[in-house]
Design a protein around this ligand. Structure first.
Ligand code: C2E
Ligand code: MG
Ligand code: MG
Length: 643
């Protein structure tokens, strides 16, 4: 009755073939799964060997030796499989860091060590089993001890499995539990019907089930690059954090990944990334536990390792050169490997998954010019980081408790030789964090939708400012207000302006609204309806940030704009010949289609001279004044006027 054992063998073989063909060979869990299947296959072969040899009694002397050899192989490999299975479970639930404690390590090794010793002494004492020509294989007095030792792994694994439900998706947990239950069922059946030899076959079924529902490479792996996927990283990250154990995360970001991708094309790019992955694997991580690689498209690799090891830091510091040398072929073709690397210690630096992910996406912004390793510990204690981490709360508080303060920056009319208008720029004055720049909070407000209430507050303050000041006396024609895309998409926008106009008695000609080109890239028709309606009411529009990204003169020509504002980045390039030519031609082009022009960001006398020589209409910049709080601004303008 060895049919079941015979069935088990192709089953294990098939699992192995499928694993290899689906490239389930990388990562700890995959490797342990393969090892477990392989050991099971050997155990099944040994088990089958025992049955075949003992088909006819009495045994010859050679048959006795063979039978004993198969028995040793079976007992050894089958018991190691139990231990590997437990390791596999721990690896799936990201709990291998437990092994840093020496008593866990010892407790784990001990039962197998006992089994090993028992088998080692058996040839001399025959206390575990004997093989005789007449009776073949038969168990001896110490065999129950082997069962007990094996049972420790089995029962330990089952208990761990039952309690690990919260670390695993439900279907995965169920199939792991089924694997254990099948194995136990086989043991029980075989106890009563020992001729059935169900055990290996049932183990095979259990492993097959796990392969189908737990080891899903299409879910876990980015098989194009041979690393685990971004989704797996997110899953594993929450497991890691729940375990509370120390883990190090190395974020390796390729800042030029999009360019490389478009240069190499999909296929070659994947090969390039998998080569980087292989080179990373090849570094000397050996003594580090739990090293896993994950890939987030387009170009970020995450490496996790258990523990809190200074060794990792020194490897990471050399990462650029060590990995880079393996990429010579690509470097020769102009693909530079210039990773930005950040090291995060969990849970010391950060404790929440969303904070870790958010830092991984933004760490380079905190220290854009630094080469080499950036430590999360240095960033998380900075002011900007704590502001960004608490942004939503700061924004809500700013709206609720009126922490928005408007500053005004004068705009200089070159031909008239005086300040003719000003731009209103928002700041948050937070009781905890102090003055916060709009460069930080406006993008966050746009993401969270809080830009609407913040924008409302801005409009209210600026309209009030205009109504309270005598702009004519100050020599100012109008004030510019920045409008975000989301504000322009509101159906109620014209009504809002109508209400403000009436509430403060402000002439719409005093308000010039700044919008950007992205506003018009928006598919919604509401935007153009709003713009037209506001123009009909008497408000005017300016295009902000011209020259960032893909600006189009064609579009500018067709839009109802009174003014174009050239972004500071264009002025920054003016020191080079080509940069100067571009600015000069832009000025000419705008004038040829009758658009007035403001150049932003003039910080020095030289910059102002250059712009005056180019005959540009308006200049805005720190050279004249930084944005000032309302009262200071008014004093500044009055002083300038009286000169
Ligand atoms: P923006 O509309 O392009 O405003 C010009 C920015 O350039 C301001 O930065 C201004 O302080 C800065 N600037 C002016 N002259 C110079 C100079 O000579 N050198 C340098 N380095 N910078 C100069 P700020 O105030 O930090 O505002 C940043 C951006 O935040 C603004 O860029 C605008 O897009 C946005 N923003 C500011 N206030 C509001 C608002 O009330 N609503 C909306 N939706 N966006 C706003
Ligand atoms: Mg602006
Ligand atoms: Mg601008």
């Amino acid at each position: 009755m060895y049919y079941f054992d015979v069935c088990a063998i192709p089953l294990f073989l098939m699992i192995l073939i499928v694993c290899y063909s689906r490239k389930m060979t990388k990562g700890n869990a995959n490797r342990l799964f393969l090892l477990m299947t392989f050991l099971s296959l050997i155990s099944a072969l040994a088990d089958l060997g025992m049955v075949i040899v003992a088909r006819q009694l009495p045994l010859t002397e050679t048959e006795c030796v063979l039978e004993a050899a198969f028995a040793y192989a079976y007992l050894l490999f089958h018991n190691i499989t139990n231990a590997v299975l437990l390791l596999f479970l721990l690896s799936l639930t990201r709990m291998t860091s437990l092994f840093r404690k020496s008593w866990v390590k010892l407790g784990f090794i001990l039962p197998n060590a006992v089994i090993f010793l028992l088998l080692l002494q058996n040839p001399f004492t025959h206390t575990v089993f004997t093989v005789t020509p007449e009776a073949g294989y038969s168990r001896s007095i110490l065999m129950p001890l082997i069962y007990i030792m094996a049972g420790i792994y089995g029962i330990g694994g089952l208990i761990y499995c039952m309690f690990s439900g919260r670390f695993l998706a439900r279907n995965k947990w169920v199939s792991l539990l089924c694997m254990y239950l099948l194995s136990y069922a086989a043991v029980v059946i075989q106890f009563f019907r020992s001729e059935l030899l169900l055990e290996m076959f049932f183990d095979g079924l259990g492993i097959m089930g796990v392969m189908l529902s737990v080891m899903r490479p299409e879910e876990r792996m980015d098989s194009m690059v041979g690393m685990e996927s971004w989704k797996s990283f997110q899953e594993d990250l929450s497991k890691i954090l729940r375990s509370g154990e120390h883990v190090q995360i190395v974020v390796i970001r390729l800042p030029n990944s999009r360019e490389i991708l478009s240069y190499l094309g999909d296929h070659q790019y994947n090969e390039y990334i998998s080569l980087i992955g292989n080179n990373l694997q090849g570094l000397r991580w050996k003594h580090l536990r739990g090293v896993e690689l994950y890939f987030e498209r387009p170009g970020t690799i995450y490496l996790t390792a258990d523990g809190n090891d200074a060794e990792l830091e020194s490897i990471v510091e050399r990462l650029h050169s060590e990995v880079g040398t393996g990429l010579q072929e690509y470097a020769d073709n102009g693909v530079r490997f210039e990773p930005q690397v950040c090291l995060i210690h969990c849970p010391d630096d950060l404790q929440k998954a969303e904070d870790i992910i958010s830092l991984s996406h933004r760490f380079h912004l905190f220290d854009a010019h630094r080469e080499g390793l950036i430590r999360a510990s240095e960033i998380v204690h900075s002011r900007v980081f704590s502001i960004e981490s608490n942004m939503e709360e700061i924004l809500k508080r700013a709206v609720r408790e009126h922490h928005i303060q408007m500053h005004y920056q004068p705009i200089y009319n070159v031909r008239a030789g005086r300040f003719q208008s000003a731009e209103a720029l928002a700041r948050i004055v937070d009781p905890e964090y102090g003055l916060i720049s709009p460069a930080i909070f406006i993008p966050a407000a746009e993401e969270t939708g809080l830009i609407i209430p913040i924008g409302d507050e801005v409009l209210d303050q600026v309209f009030r400012f205009i109504s309270e000041q005598n702009l004519d006396a100050l020599g100012l024609d109008y004030i510019e207000i920045n409008l975000s895309v989301a504000q322009c998409m509101q159906r109620s926008l014209p009504e809002k302006f109508q209400r403000l106009k009436e509430k403060y008695g402000v002439d719409p000609g005093r308000v010039n609204l700044e919008i950007t080109e992205t506003t018009f890239e928006n598919i919604s028709e509401v935007v153009s309806e709003n713009v037209n309606e506001l123009i009909r009411m008497g408000f005017t529009f300016a295009l902000d940030d011209y020259g960032i990204g893909y600006s189009s003169i064609q579009r500018v020509n067709h839009l109802p704009l009174k003014l174009i504002k050239i972004d500071k980045s264009m002025l920054d390039e003016v020191s080079s010949r080509s940069g100067r030519m571009i600015l000069e031609h832009t000025v000419r082009m705008m004038q040829s289609i009758d658009k007035q022009l403001v150049v932003e960001g003039a910080e020095t006398r030289d910059a102002v001279d250059i712009l005056e020589n180019m005959d540009c209409d308006f200049i805005q910049g720190y050279f004249f004044s930084r944005p000032l709080p309302a009262e200071e601004f008014v004093t500044f303008i009055q002083k300038q006027k009286s000169r």
